[in-house]
Design a protein around this ligand. Structure first.
Ligand SMILES: *Cc1c(COP(=O)(O)O)cnc(C)c1O
Length: 403
């Protein structure tokens, strides 16, 4: 019954971790502490360098806030790790990892397909700071091994990867990175903490856009990185206190409310996504469906081994670019239940067309073997569908009138 490091089950952990009834008022629900500063009874220094990891007292919101700390403890408990840092957005979480653990002269290996913002940050920004970047197909272990150098400090991957649903063998990549003395970070936004036990497979820094499944309701932006206490303390000193991208207490409060139902929601997302994916596979107009839970997923064996929940993210193709763009326009005009919009992981279903050519120009710029691997999953482009919590019959009926 116990879940990862928690003595309680997963549902109990999601609801109660980080929370306790208020000792003065008895309030059962966690408080929303909209306070930027905290009255202190200690004569202490005023610098990130004076931050004492064991000191739970609050000083100023950029160091920590009780409502944000409550969410951080909840996410750490779900990931089965010691600590967590919440950030202003998922991108702030990615920046926190890169700018805490990399310096000029260091080398980082990054998945050649990743969330577009992360791909652009890695490819365009990190080299300006003197950080060497190698972009590799993380499903190709030989390529990962070949990319690692003596000055490689970090290997950053994403599994399943947005938007094409390709997986990384996390245990294998972590082993390669650790043998070289590098840290491993994984953007696990698509999987959610319940989709895979990233820490057990050796991931040091587990990153989420909590805007997505953890918040779950499409009303708050935030990010998180979970891992060992010493690594998270280092990130808090750099990314929060110095770079300043902290999460607002109000967003933490909303997101914690979402996390309480995460185990129930992920089951429902998975069940609906499976039903929709199977229906899509049977449609003559649909060329290809990619969902880790389908036997037709090129890495279904790895998915079964590595994932505990296949999540609600699927992608599908409907032929070439012209055909797809016509279908996208039909979706914009006719869909009633599913919203034609970016983002994912919400109770509302969301769909968005992502053309391969356009993404290659703006974000990925792949060639040769790496482009072939991308196209194996995405063809000329994919409809990325985030299957929400509506009745799957209604989602299928909505898709049936445009496909
Ligand atoms: C959305 C997303 C991000 C960025 O998160 P924001 O909260 O929008 O900044 C990063 N990684 C993945 C996989 C995402 O889907």
């Amino acid at each position: 019954m116990s879940f990862r490091n928690s003595p309680k089950g997963v549902r109990t952990t999601a609801i109660h971790a980080g929370e306790a009834p208020d000792p003065t008022t008895g309030a059962s629900a966690p408080a929303l502490h909209m306070s930027s500063t905290f009255v202190t009874d200690q004569v202490a220094g005023f610098s990130a360098h004076d931050l004492d990891a064991d000191d739970s007292a609050f000083l100023y919101a950029r160091w920590g806030n009780p409502t944000v700390a409550m969410l951080e403890q909840k996410i750490a408990a779900l990931e089965g790790v010691e600590a967590c840092l919440c950030t202003a957005s998922g991108m702030a979480a990615a920046s926190a990892i890169f700018f805490t653990f990399l310096s000029a002269g260091d080398h980082v290996v990054v998945s050649d397909v990743s969330y577009a913002g992360v791909a652009e940050l890695a490819r365009d920004t990190l080299p300006r700071w003197g950080i060497e970047v190698t972009l590799v197909d993380m499903s190709d272990l030989e390529a990962v091994a070949a990319a690692i150098r003596p000055n490689t400090k970090l290997v950053h991957t994403e599994s399943p990867v947005n938007p094409i649903g390709r997986l990384t063998d996390l245990a294998a990549v972590a082993k390669l990175a650790h043998e070289a003395g590098a840290l491993v970070s994984c953007d696990a936004t698509f999987a959610s903490p319940l989709g895979q036990n990233s820490a057990e497979m050796g991931v040091d820094l587990i990153m989420h856009s909590v805007t997505k499944y953890l918040g779950g309701h499409g009303d708050a932006v935030g990010g998180a990185v979970a891992g060992r206490a010493d690594l998270i303390a280092q990130m808090r000193g750099e990314a929060s206190i110095h770079h300043g991208g902290i999460m607002s207490p109000f967003n933490a409060w909303l997101i914690a409310r979402g996390v309480a139902t995460l185990p129930l929601r992920m089951k429902a997302h998975e069940a609906s996504a499976m039903a929709v994916a199977e229906w899509l596979e049977a449609q003559p107009s649909v060329t290809r469906v990619i969902y880790p839970g389908l036997e037709s997923h090129p890495q279904h064996g790895l998915a079964k081994r590595q994932m505990d929940n296949f999540s609600g993210m699927l992608s599908f193709q409907v032929g070439d670019r012209a055909t797809s763009e016509a279908v996208a326009q039909k979706m914009i005009d006719r869909l009633e239940t599913i919203h034609y919009a970016v983002s994912l992981g919400h109770h509302r279903s969301l769909i968005f067309w992502m053309g391969t050519e356009a993404l290659m120009e703006t974000s990925f710029r792949l060639e040769g073997k790496q482009l072939d691997s991308y196209r194996e999953f995405a063809g000329d482009g994919v409809f990325r569908l985030s299957v929400g919590l509506e009745d799957s019959e209604d989602l299928i009926a909505d898709l049936a009138q445009v496909l």
